[in-house]
Write a protein that binds this ligand. Structure first.
Ligand code: UD1
Length: 417
């Protein structure tokens, strides 16, 4: 079983390119079935979740080539509207194929998606919104048979929570529906804007992405396009947390600093110096940071839930106390047990955890239990004294493209064995 072996306490120096965004690439790949044509997606990260999306596309009859960060998907011969359970259960993001299949073929057969066990992850908002667009959904104990017997039509949809996935499903499905869809309380994440940019490049008419209200004017058909995926703000936050944990000075290139507003202010609070120039961020971190006072996860533009874990790993040996409040997912402290093994002082009570920074962490044999939790163990290990052996790399590989190469290029002592 592969492991990462990390010798901590090496200051990080240098510059590093940020990978393309996983959470943008996945819905864009699902949406690519809509155009019945060739889509060329640049800056697509090579991740196990992206490979799962590619396998889903192939299982649907699409022809896909993926090399050197560019993915070509030809959906012209797509013949099928059923996704094998084994692929659906590999990741949560597979639920976005529901809206895409309905829009392209008028039917979809799939089971509940899988993914990291970070709390109950219902899909009620997705189903309700798609029903408002004309879908009829038969839920047979978690196996969904969906049709649109009277076609898809525009609707006024108000989400009770700005779910990222439900917003994406509505945008994808509504662009080929007849008439106008107005989606309120929509998610405002940058990945929503990236999906809208891709779909508009295919000929869709979507406005307001990034605001709370998105308007989609249905069109009768889409065409292929070329699109470049935005940089991954969570991978960027993880690299910055790594630098803040280990100390040093790191410049990230190919990043959109405005996507990281709430994250960068935490680093400044920790005593790091942040310098933004165009598409780069330089972080200059002291040997031991101050603890940020409160990290409260919120929908965008608030602090992202996906960055909570790597920031906690970084804060574990800070000076002071941090209150973490996880408002998005119920069970997102799976990494705390392993951080305690490394000498951290953290108490968890439901959605709240209190971290008392310790003077030094020590390396340990630890195992990741979810994707961002794995990143927490990497950031903690980089700041810890001695050797950490990290197992559970299948989680890390779902979201980080060759993270050891990125960290090695910054001078970290990290090996995959
Ligand atoms: C996406 C991201 C994930 C990120 C999350 C929040 C992808 C592939 N994944 O996940 O990395 O952590 O946004 O930024 O883009 N909810 C319901 N009913 C629903 C849908 C969601 O109750 O039908 C709840 C969820 O349980 C959760 C909250 O809404 O508590 C947020 O979920 P959502 O925004 O939908 O996250 P995902 O799209 O699954």
């Amino acid at each position: 079983m592969p492991q990462l072996v990390i010798e901590g306490q090496k200051r990080l120096m240098g510059s590093c390119k940020v990978q393309g965004s996983k959470n943008s690439a996945l819905p864009i790949l699902a949406a690519s079935v809509l155009c019945g044509d060739v889509s060329i997606i640049h800056n697509c990260p090579d991740l196990s979740d992206v490979r799962t999306a590619v396998n889903i596309l192939r299982s649907l009859g699409c022809s896909v080539e993926f090399a050197g960060g560019t993915l070509l998907c030809d959906s012209s011969d797509m013949a099928c509207s059923s996704i094998p359970d084994s692929l659906m259960r590999k990741m949560r993001g597979s639920i976005i194929f529901l809206g895409a299949l309905l829009a392209r073929t008028g039917s979809a057969n799939l089971c509940l998606p899988g993914g990291c066990e970070i709390g109950p992850r219902p899909i009620d908002l997705h189903l309700k919104a798609l029903e408002a667009l004309g879908a009829q959904i038969n839920d047979d104990h978690g196996v969904f048979r969906c049709t649109a017997p009277f076609g898809l039509h525009g609707a006024k949809i108000a989400l009770s929570f700005p779910s990222v996935g439900a917003t994406e499903n509505v945008m994808i499905c509504a662009c080929l529906a007849e008439g106008t869809t107005v989606l309120t309380n929509a998610a405002r994440e940058p990945e929503i804007c990236d999906l809208a940019d891709y779909l508009n490049g295919c000929g869709a008419q979507i406005s307001g992405a990034g605001d709370g209200t998105i308007v989609i004017e249905g069109v009768s058909r889409l065409h292929g396009t070329q699109h470049s995926v935005i940089p991954d703000r969570i991978a960027a936050a993880t690299l910055l947390s790594s630098c803040a944990a280990a100390g040093g000075k790191v410049t990230l290139t190919d990043v959109i600093p405005s996507h990281l507003g709430a994250v960068l202010s935490i680093f400044e609070e920790c005593g790091c110096f942040v310098d933004i120039r165009g598409g780069t961020i330089t972080l200059d971190a002291p040997n031991r940071i101050y603890a940020p006072k409160i990290v409260r996860t919120m929908p965008y533009p608030g602090f992202p839930t996906d960055a909570q874990a790597p920031v906690m790993g970084m804060a574990a040996k800070s000076r002071g106390t941090t209150l973490f409040i996880e408002n998005i997912f119920e069970n997102r402290y799976l990494h705390v047990g392993a951080l305690l093994r490394m000498g951290a002082n953290i108490k968890v009570e439901g959605r709240v955890s209190v971290l008392q920074g310790v003077e030094m962490l020590h390396g340990a044999d630890v195992c990741a239990l979810d994707l961002r939790g794995a990143a927490a163990l990497v950031t903690a290990a980089l700041g810890a004294e001695g050797r950490t052996t990290l197992r559970g790399l299948k989680y890390l590989d779902r979201g980080y493209e060759d993270i050891e190469a990125s960290l090695q290029s910054l001078g970290a002592d990290v090996k995959r064995i």
